[in-house]
Design a protein around this ligand. Structure first.
Ligand SMILES: Cc1cc2nc3c(=O)[nH]c(=O)nc-3n(C[C@H](O)[C@H](O)[C@H](O)COP(=O)(O)OP(=O)(O)OC[C@H]3O[C@@H](n4cnc5c(N)ncnc54)[C@H](O)[C@@H]3O)c2cc1C
Length: 397
């Protein structure tokens, strides 16, 4: 069957490859065709879009839904595992539910090539497939999933919340769940910004696997996401080298991944390695490493570098609303919030466990202070948030 989209355009096409991969849209990427540096998307109905925005492409593919109502019972910000789980439970329990997602469904989990420790999938499942299944399940129950909608801030007003979106529109809801997770921590190393998408990527960038066939690939980071990325690219690349500053992987990576890495013949771990520079003309050619013990530098040829160095929450808006956050920006909920910021809670009852200091605004998943950074934990919190939202809406608390 013909793919729904044929893409050309080298680095300029990367955001489209990434979006289509994560949105589970069948596409073909032809890196040797089309004008240099210009993203061109040719759809299966013959439509040809030159340098479109992601929103334009999504509209043509029927992935850019419009909200159907003025006010929802429940708005969920973020369609990662926590947000999608909340959407499934909320919609199936009769709440009018809208999910606002700035990119594609799946969140961090959606970028994972293979999740092997989520209950019920003994053979593992790709993050994109897990996200697609969750999305379909939420849609089946009537949730509305609004992709490519970044929520910039929210304001309580007259018993509901106004969510202001980056496109200038707004959406109202009687209760809100913040399930915005974390974003990749940025790396301040010479050359990284210039070569972004031209051989240098944040995250596992599963869409790039075919492009690294028989090439030398580097993964920066020692966590599980780095390990998964290494094993994924090992199926395509000639060599995969994991770069860590410490003296071993074991302290930061799950045992099952450490074992896989040890067994893989084309994956190696380089310890005491600090990345100091990446170089290339229009594509990554070399990386420079410094040995953290000796200070010696070495230049190595490289075709791709995937930076998997963990994430941080982006919650500046929460400060403006007077919510309690910890020193890293994670949202503090429940009674802990009362302790962290005394005198800010306006009701007689205590906040519910996932409720922030603003009654009716909840947080779940990785964005929440003290959360376990796992798919199952995010899904669990998403589900739990819905039962608390019912209590809030019923006013029984
Ligand atoms: C590569 C990788 C592999 C992993 N593998 C595993 C694994 O094997 N097993 C496991 O248990 N865990 C794994 N994890 C961790 C797991 O994916 C996370 O714990 C989980 O995704 C957290 O879910 P979440 O819904 O809280 O947040 P996220 O997954 O971070 O989702 C947040 C969503 O919110 C959206 N968003 C953010 N801000 C806004 C905004 N302002 N407006 C609208 N939308 C917004 C984001 O685009 C994103 O889609 C992995 C993580 C990574 C990065």
């Amino acid at each position: 069957m013909a793919p729904r989209v044929v893409l050309t355009g080298g680095p300029a096409a990367y955001p489209f490859r990434d979006f289509l991969t994560r949105a589970s849209v069948d596409f073909e990427y032809r890196d040797d065709e089309g004008p240099e540096g210009v993203a061109v998307c040719t759809l299966d109905d013959g439509t040809c879009l030159t340098s479109p925005t992601l929103e334009e492409l999504a509209r043509h593919l029927g992935l850019y839904a419009q909200p159907s109502r003025d006010v929802y019972d429940f708005a969920i910000v973020g369609a990662g595992p926590a947000g999608l789980a909340a959407a499934v439970y909320a919609a199936s329990e009769g709440l009018t539910t809208a999910v606002l997602e700035r990119e594609a469904p799946g969140g961090q989990a959606g970028t994972s090539a293979k999740i092997e420790n989520y209950l019920g999938f003994p053979e593992g499942i790709s993050g994109a497939e897990l996200a697609a299944r969750a999305r379909d399940q939420a849609l089946k129950f009537g949730a509305e999933i609004l992709l490519l909608r970044r929520v910039e801030r929210g304001l309580p007003e007259d018993g509901s919340f106004r969510c202001f979106l980056a496109d200038g529109s707004e959406l109202r809801a009687r209760s809100v769940l913040c399930a915005t997770g974390v974003e990749w921590r940025r790396l301040d190393v010479e050359g990284v910004d210039r070569l972004l998408y031209a051989g240098v990527y944040y995250g596992a960038a599963a869409s790039e696997a075919p492009g690294v066939r028989d090439k030398d690939v580097f993964i920066l980071g020692g966590g599980n996401s780095a390990g998964q990325a290494a094993m994924h690219f090992a199926g395509w690349a000639r060599s995969v080298t994991i770069l860590v500053r410490g003296d071993a992987l074991a302290a930061t990576m799950s045992e099952y991944l450490c074992e896989r890495i040890e067994e893989a013949t084309n994956v190696s771990v380089r310890t005491h390695a600090e990345l100091v520079r990446v170089d290339g003309d229009d594509w990554l050619r070399t990386i420079t490493l410094r040995d953290t013990r000796t200070g010696e530098e070495e230049v190595l040829p490289a075709h791709a570098l995937f930076i998997c160095i963990g994430g941080e929450p982006r919650t500046q808006w929460a400060t403006e609303l007077g919510l309690a956050i910890d020193e890293w920006g994670y949202l503090i909920t429940g009674r802990q919030a009362l302790v962290a910021k005394p005198g800010h809670w306006p009701l007689d009852r205590d906040p519910y466990p996932l409720e922030t200091l603003l009654p009716g605004l909840f947080a779940a998943g990785d964005v929440r202070h003290g959360s376990t950074k796992r798919v199952a934990a995010a899904v669990g919190e998403g589900a739990m948030a819905v039962s608390l939202v019912h209590r809030f809406l019923e006013g029984t608390g």
